[in-house]
Design a protein around this ligand. Structure first.
Ligand code: IVH
Length: 702
C-alpha cells in the first residue's frame, strides 16, 4: 500500500475504533463482536509499529477503554487499571512466554508457575475498602479515571460489605479488582422477563451486566442478578502490594498471584473456583484448551483465559508497556458470535407441516464452522428480534448448538431500514401454495395440506434418518431428487424402487443405485421400534417406541391395542396413547402400514427386549447426574443414548469434566474424552454396563 493510503487507512481505523469504543463502553450497545473489534485494533497497531511516523499521540491503541460517562462522578485510580494484550492462538501464547525470557533470561519456561484464570465476560471493577468497610466501586473508565458506581455495586450480593476478619487484620485501605458479571442462566431469565415486559433485550451477559450497572437508580441494579469475581489485589494502604504496601499485614502482600487469590478467598471475596496455578507453559496451553472445551459447562460466560506469571516479584521486573502489563496475557477463544449480512428470511416446511422461518446469511465462520443458514424459530421470535432482510445481524453458535440469529447489529432504525419495513410471515406455503395457518394461542404456523410436496419430502427424510430406518445414502437432497422425478411419494414407494429409473438420475451410477437399493432392502430388517420411530407419530420418539415394541411384540398387536392398553404402558400415558390411536385410525396411515407389511418389513420384536426394559424411563435413576457418551454403541444411536439418559433425569453434555458421573464408551471413542476421564478417575463403562446404569443408576464395582 502506498504511504498515503496507509495514512488514510490508519485514520479510518482510529475513527472506527473510537466509534466502537463509545458504543461498547458508554452506550453498552456494541455493533461489532469483540473479535471484529480486536481485528481493527490489531491492524492499526501493526501499521503503527511498522510505520512509527503514522502513530499519533491520541491513537486509541494507546488508550484503554473509553472516557467516563457524565452520568457518574469521576474516580481516579491510584494504580491504573490496565488492559491486557491478547493471544489468539497457541503460537501467540508461546511467543508471549518467550518474550518473558528476554527480560528475565534465567527463567525456565518448563518450570515457571502461572496463574490461569477464566476471563469472565463482564465489567472490570475496582472496589475500595477502608478499615475493612466497602466504601467505593469504580469502573475502569479510561484506566486512570473511572466512574463512581458505588451505590449500584452496593446492591450486588456477592460484593462483601466488609472484609472478613477471620483472614487476619484488615489493611487501612485496600482495593480489590475483579469483574461484575451476570451468570448465564440468570441472563437468560432476565431477557425472558424483559421480553415479556416489552423492554430492551440484551445481546449478551456482558452487555446486560454493563447496562445494569449504568443505572441512575440503584433499585434497578438491585433487581438484576449480578455477581462478582475478585481476581487481583490493587492498592494496599494507598501503595501497591508489589511495593510492599505500608502497614498492611504480610497476608495482604502475598508473594504470588495464586497466593493473592487465596487471601481474597479467605477474606470473603468470591474467587472463581476455575482459577488454577499450573507449572510450565505446556500446562498453561493445556489448561487454556481445557477451559475452551468446557466453556459452556461453566455457569458464567468466558471469552478466554487470563494467564499471569505467578511470582509477583517477577511482575516488578517484567513491568509494563503503556497500556498493558508484560506479565499477563489474555488467551482469547475463537469467536462464537459474529456479525454478517442477513440476505433473506425464508420459511421451511417440516414433515408435520410446521413452517419455520430461517435466515439466509452471507457466510461467516463462527463457533468452529461456516454458517449460511440459521433458524429464527417462529413468527414471534422474528418479531421480537425485528430482523429485516438487508440488516447486519449477530450470529451466535455455541459449541455444537444450532446457529441462531441474535438480533440486528444496528440498534437504531436508520431510514433505509425503515423503508424496508418489518418482515411479514408469508400467508402461503412456499412449497404447495396452500394457506399457512396459525391457530390462536399457538406460536407455530402450519401448512395444513397433507399432500404438500415439502411435507412429503420431510416425512421420507425422517423415515430414512439415522434414528429411524437408517437408510444410508438417502439424505434430503436424494429424496428431493426422487420425489421430483416422480419415483416416490411416500416411504412405502421406497420398497418398490427399481434400478433402471434410478441410474437415469443425475449423479447416480449403477453402483450408487445398487448401494441405495441394498440399503433400502437392509432397512426391512430394522426392529419394530425403529419402524415406529420412522412413522413419525407425534410424541413417539425412540424411548416410547421401544416401550411399545417391547410391550406389544408386534405391529399387529399394537394396531389392535385399545387406548387404555396403550396408556397402561409405563412411560406412555394418555397424551401419547391418544396420539398413537389417532394415527392408527387414520385411513391414509392404515394404507401405508398395510403396504409396509406387504413389502416385507420386520413387524415383530421380542417382548420385554433387553435393550430397554419396559418403562424404566419413569425411574429417575440418573437424576442430576452427567453421563457422557463417546464412540458408536450397537443398540443406540447417539441421540437415543442421550435421550435415554435425559429420560432418567440425567444430562449428557459433549465433554468430560470433573462433574461427569460416567463416560460410556462405544466403538472408536474420542481419545480426548477417554484420556480426560482416566485422568480424572471417572468411571468408564462399556455398553452392557451402560444398560445396567440406565436401569439401576449404579456403577460397576471397581
Ligand atoms: S487481570 C493488569 N484477571 O479482562 C491486569 N482480568 O483486558 C488486568 N478480566 O477488562 C486484568 N477476568 O476485567 C484479569 N482473571 C482476570 C480477569 C480479567 C476477566 C477482564 C478484565 C479486563 C479484561 C482484560
Amino acid at each position: 500500500m502506498a504511504s498515503g493510503d496507509l495514512a488514510a487507512r490508519a485514520a479510518e481505523l482510529r475513527d472506527a475504533i473510537n466509534y466502537h469504543n463509545e458504543r461498547y463502553h458508554v452506550l453498552d450497545s456494541p455493533e461489532i463482536s469483540d473479535a471484529e473489534y480486536d481485528a481493527l485494533v490489531r491492524e492499526l497497531r501493526s501499521i503503527e509499529a511498522e510505520h512509527p511516523q503514522l502513530a499519533t499521540p491520541d491513537s486509541p491503541t494507546l488508550a484503554v477503554g473509553a472516557a467516563p460517562s457524565p452520568l457518574f462522578a469521576e474516580v481516579r485510580h491510584e494504580i491504573p487499571m490496565m488492559s491486557l494484550d491478547n493471544a489468539q492462538s497457541e503460537a501467540e501464547l508461546r511467543s508471549w512466554s518467550e518474550r518473558l525470557l528476554r527480560l528475565a533470561p534465567e527463567l525456565e519456561l518448563s518450570t515457571l508457575a502461572f496463574s490461569c484464570e477464566p476471563k469472565v465476560d463482564g465489567v472490570a471493577m475496582s472496589l475500595t475498602y477502608e478499615r475493612g468497610q466497602f466504601v467505593r466501586a469504580a469502573t475502569r473508565g479510561n484506566g486512570v479515571v473511572g466512574e463512581d458506581v458505588t451505590a449500584n455495586v452496593a446492591t450486588v450480593a456477592s460484593v462483601p460489605q466488609a472484609i472478613s476478619r477471620r483472614s487476619g487484620p484488615v489493611p487501612e485501605r485496600l482495593s480489590v479488582r475483579g469483574e461484575i458479571y451476570m451468570p448465564t442462566k440468570e441472563f437468560a431469565a432476565l431477557n425472558d422477563r424483559q421480553l415479556a415486559a416489552g423492554a430492551k433485550v440484551f445481546a449478551n451477559p456482558r452487555n446486560s451486566a454493563a447496562g445494569s450497572l449504568r443505572q441512575k437508580d440503584p433499585k434497578i441494579t438491585a433487581s438484576r442478578p449480578l455477581s462478582f469475581w475478585a481476581y487481583q489485589i490493587g492498592e494496599l494502604d494507598g501503595a501497591s502490594p508489589e511495593e510492599g504496601g505500608g502497614g498492611a499485614t504480610l497476608r495482604w502482600a502475598p508473594e504470588s498471584q495464586s497466593g493473592a487469590l487465596d487471601q481474597l478467598r479467605a477474606a470473603g471475596f468470591p474467587v472463581s473456583p476455575d482459577a488454577r496455578r499450573v507449572v510450565g507453559i505446556d500446562a498453561v496451553i493445556a489448561r487454556c484448551h481445557e477451559l475452551e472445551e468446557h466453556r459452556h459447562d461453566l455457569p458464567y460466560e468466558i471469552d478466554g483465559v487470563v494467564v499471569k506469571v505467578d511470582d509477583l516479584a517477577l511482575h516488578r521486573r517484567l513491568g509494563q508497556t503503556s497500556r498493558a502489563p508484560r506479565w499477563a496475557i489474555a488467551f482469547k477463544f475463537a469467536p462464537e458470535e459474529l456479525a454478517t449480512r442477513l440476505l433473506d428470511i425464508e420459511v421451511s416446511i417440516g414433515r408435520t407441516g410446521r413452517a419455520t422461518p430461517f435466515a439466509r446469511l452471507s457466510p461467516v465462520f463462527v463457533g468452529g464452522s461456516t454458517v449460511q443458514l440459521a433458524t429464527l424459530h417462529n413468527e414471534d421470535q422474528v418479531r421480537a428480534k425485528d430482523v429485516r432482510p438487508g440488516d447486519m445481524v449477530l450470529v451466535h453458535k455455541a459449541g455444537d448448538v444450532i446457529p441462531e440469529v441474535v438480533g440486528p447489529v444496528l440498534a437504531h432504525l436508520d431510514a433505509p431500514r425503515r423503508r424496508r419495513g418489518r418482515w411479514r410471515f408469508p400467508t402461503l406455503c412456499p412449497s404447495c401454495g396452500g394457506p399457512l395457518v396459525r391457530l390462536p394461542g399457538e406460536s407455530d404456523t402450519y401448512c395444513t395440506n397433507i399432500d404438500c410436496p415439502a411435507q412429503r419430502v420431510q416425512r421420507i427424510v425422517h423415515f430414512a434418518s439415522r434414528g429411524a430406518m437408517d437408510i444410508e445414502g438417502l439424505g434430503e437432497m436424494r429424496v428431493v431428487q426422487l420425489v421430483g422425478a416422480g419415483l416416490i411419494a411416500d416411504p412405502t414407494d421406497l420398497y418398490g424402487l427399481d434400478a433402471a429409473p434410478l441410474v437415469e438420475l443425475e449423479g447416480m451410477g449403477p453402483l450408487s443405485a445398487a448401494n441405495l437399493l441394498g440399503a433400502i432392502d437392509a432397512s426391512k430388517r430394522q426392529p419394530l421400534s425403529r419402524l415406529l420411530v420412522a412413522l413419525g407419530i407425534r410424541h413417539v420418539g425412540p424411548t416410547v417406541a421401544r416401550a411399545l415394541a417391547a410391550t406389544f411384540g408386534s405391529l399387529e398387536a399394537l394396531r389392535g391395542a385399545s387406548e387404555d392398553e396403550l396408556a397402561a404402558v409405563e412411560g406412555v400415558g394418555r397424551i401419547i396413547a391418544d396420539s398413537v390411536v389417532k394415527f392408527l385410525a387414520n385411513p391414509a396411515n392404515r394404507l401405508v402400514l398395510d403396504r409396509l407389511v406387504a413389502a416385507g418389513l420386520t413387524t415383530t420384536q421380542a417382548r420385554g427386549g433387553a435393550a430397554a426394559p419396559r418403562g424404566e424411563e419413569t425411574h429417575r435413576t440418573l437424576l442430576g447426574r452427567s453421563v457422557v457418551v463417546t464412540g458408536t454403541l450397537s443398540a443406540y444411536t447417539r441421540e437415543e443414548a442421550e435421550a435415554a439418559i435425559v429420560a432418567r433425569g440425567g444430562k449428557s453434555p459433549g465433554s468430560v469434566s470433573r462433574s461427569t458421573y460416567a463416560l460410556v464408551v462405544g466403538e472408536a471413542p474420542g481419545a480426548a474424552k477417554l484420556t480426560r476421564a482416566e485422568a480424572l478417575g471417572i468411571a468408564i463403562l462399556d455398553e452392557s454396563a451402560f444398560e445396567r446404569l440406565l436401569a439401576t443408576g449404579e456403577l460397576p464395582s471397581a
